[in-house]
Ligand binder design. Structure first.
Ligand code: ADP
Length: 307
């Protein structure tokens, strides 16, 4: 049972059936997000991510169940919820005739910036153009204004709906830094995404939704245990290939030349390091951990587990 007062975001058995639809777009969703946590909400198209977010924001009425944000009920206290949160959507429906500056001033009356300096800092880091009408900006440049809008008042709760779409890789990095800084300030962040790499980078926890149901929820750190890691190792002497092959967790050993091997290791690394300690190792390269494989396993898994 998820207790409303214990979590920044608490969702309890939330369900949504659209009026003319026979099936639930969202069914009995329960989850929480705590202060200082980034929760990645993943799922294929049509899984129910937007329905969840639109319900949390009171754009849609839940059919059953409830949710609260900072103790405010999303239906009864919808106005208080909107005042407390930072919301950002990837499709950025904004007032196209306004300039970025006018748009931010307009929204700043409802939710004032934490400080003028912070708003300026965001503008600079995102290289945003506040002078042009929003309708004349490219999608990615318009998205930057939406990001400033969502972050400038340093909200305690952020709800981000596929937020990085349209940003170039450089700006995506700036955006990920902003999320991490908000988390470090103690914000609770709920972020839907289908970009597995970004989820791996910024989230502490992930939930995967399919057909309106949460099928699995994991800590990123635990998922890392399930991933295979790749090492390129060079020994001063001949590589101890037979011993490496016998180590627990070692899935594949490829000998590159007499001295060097490429290893794929699953789970615990201590047996490998214990063996390496007995040899003279001249070089170790680790390739970045890739959780995409683990995510895909859950995306595609046949047997659905209700949690
Ligand atoms: P996601 O954001 O994960 O892509 P959605 O929440 O948009 O998924 O959709 C979940 C399900 O609800 C889908 O089957 C979709 O067709 C249905 N749906 C979404 N919006 C509506 C609507 N306005 N009316 C009826 N069905 C809808």
């Amino acid at each position: 049972m998820i207790n409303v007062m214990d979590h920044a975001i608490a969702i309890s058995k939330l369900s949504k059936k659209y009026r003319r639809s026979g099936t639930f777009a969202l069914h009995n969703l329960s989850l929480y997000v705590d202060a200082g946590e980034v929760y990645g909400f993943l799922g294929p198209n049509g899984a129910g991510k937007s329905t969840t977010i639109r319900t949390l924001l009171n754009f849609l009425q839940p059919t059953n169940g409830s949710a609260s944000i900072l103790g405010h009920d999303i239906v009864k206290d919808a106005v208080a919820v909107r005042q407390e949160i930072g919301y950002l959507s990837g499709d950025g429906a904004v007032y196209l005739k306004m300039t970025g500056q006018q748009y931010l001033d307009y929204l700043g009356e409802l939710q004032p910036p934490a400080s003028k300096a912070y708003k300026q800092e965001l503008t600079k880091r995102l290289q945003a153009n506040l002078k042009k009408p929003l309708g004349e900006l490219s999608r990615g440049n318009r998205q930057k204004i939406s990001i400033i809008q969502a972050f400038m008042h340093q909200p305690r709760v952020m709800i981000l709906d596929e937020p990085s779409s349209g940003l170039d890789p450089l700006m995506q990095e700036v955006f990920y830094e902003l999320i991490t800084e908000a988390k470090d300030r103690g914000a609770a962040i709920f972020m839907s995404s289908h970009i597995l790499g970004e989820v791996q980078k910024v989230c502490n926890r992930v939930g995967i939704i399919r057909d309106g149901k949460l099928i699995i929820e994991r800590n990123i750190a635990d998922m890392a245990q399930e991933a295979t890691q790749t090492f390129d190792i060079t020994f001063k002497e001949a590589a101890p290939v037979t011993m490496l092959k016998q180590l627990s967790g070692v899935q594949k050993v490829t000998q590159n030349d007499v001295h060097s091997v490429t290893l794929h290791v699953h789970g615990e690394l201590s047996p490998l390091f214990a063996l390496l300690a007995k040899h003279t190792v001249t070089k170790v390269d680790t390739r970045a951990l890739d959780l995409e494989e683990v995510f895909m396993h859950y995306y595609q898994a046949e047997g659905k587990q209700d949690v």
